[in-house]
Design a protein around this ligand. Sequence first.
Ligand SMILES: Nc1ncnc2c1ncn2[C@@H]1O[C@H](COP(=O)(O)OP(=O)(O)OP(=O)(O)O)[C@@H](O)[C@H]1O
Ligand SMILES: [Mg+2]
Length: 230
Amino acid sequence: MLAVENLEVRYGGITALRRVSIEVGKGETVLLVGANGAGKSSLINAVIGLVPAKAGTIRFAGEDIGILSADRRARAGMGYSPEGRRVFPTMSVADNVLTGAHGRGKKAQKEAWDWLSGVFPMLEERAAQPAGQLSGGQQQIVAFARAMSSFPDLLLLDEPFLGLAPVWIARISDAIRQMQARGTTILMTEQMARPALKLATRGYIMRGGEVRRSGTVAEIRDLALAEEYL
Ligand SMILES: Nc1ncnc2c1ncn2[C@@H]1O[C@H](COP(=O)(O)OP(=O)(O)OP(=O)(O)O)[C@@H](O)[C@H]1O
Ligand SMILES: [Mg+2]
């Protein structure tokens, strides 16, 4: 479903990714692990099209998407939840969530809202409230729900558990499992390797902008857990 080959990302003189290659097969949940600055967000952001690739190719569903804008990539079936709970603070919770399903028609939006508010009752309770007034954990849920609201083929999650209490981690894990049951392919980063390893099928260990190891969850578990404490 997703094939990244020899990807390079640079910010001015800083090389954030150096010849990174990863693959995510249809229906897989792949985890990117690595310490601060390893390049996880750069990889996710290059896939969704928020940072340009200096070199390398990104293929999605068999097509080279390197020249498409982030918006076009979203419409082609990618959902993205950014690191650090980014919401539109003055927009209502419901509008924040449904911007993800923008252009999909009223029926699809209603289906998304009904499902998401079933998973996260908080969304229904706070639907009309400006998202900027929510707690950090609640804002994370809003950002996460927005990524799912288009029922994307490929869901990109950048640190979905960051800074969350265990009860929210459990709820987000639950929602991720429901997305998996719908057949959604997922690429996620997470410094909290423990809960993330429970969701993933395979993973890549990144360090210094490179992929150092890859394998099934069983193969990378120990390294991933060690990485958590670096
Ligand atoms: N906008 C930017 N401008 C300059 N350098 C950047 C920018 N974003 C990231 N970097 C640098 O690129 C490298 C990779 O950063 P990146 O955010 O991709 O890592 P990460 O694995 O997501 O880290 P974290 O776990 O802290 O989220 C780091 O050296 C970082 O300082
Ligand atoms: Mg990051």
